[in-house]
Design a protein around this ligand. Sequence first.
Ligand SMILES: [Zn+2]
Length: 161
Amino acid sequence: MKKIILVFVAAISLSCNSNAQQDKSNKKEFEVTKSESEWKAELSKAEFQILRKKGTERAFSSELNRISQPGTFVCAACGNALYKTKHKFESGTGWPSFDRPISEENVAYQPDRTGGFPATEVICSKCGGHLGHVFNDGPKNTTGKRHCINGVAMDFIPDNE
Ligand SMILES: [Zn+2]
């Protein structure tokens, strides 16, 4: 019971953070659902570690950091379209950074307290895979959000392909 109340409180504090996707974050069932062994067989070691084990790649390690051509960043696990190059910005953090997802429907948010301070985790709304985190120190002239996303968790599809 205590756990349920805690989740509820977390849900309220998150929705106060102007996150409209709270409903999805508590949803345990995703459109794409696979067992841990199935994911392990399908994903590369690095993809599995990040998408399924909530790992974080080394800063500046992803080739997706350098992408500036128009295109779509999709979930490496299920192909769900997540971000567009036009919403990518140079954050200097070493991780691909976006000021918004393609659609708020395509990602979900959930509170993450594993780092010792409250943070908001971003997951794929289709398979539940861990993508990264969202912070409120993004570009002030647009959304003010910084989606700090692991490149390993995504594949890039150029617009002309
Ligand atoms: Zn996915």
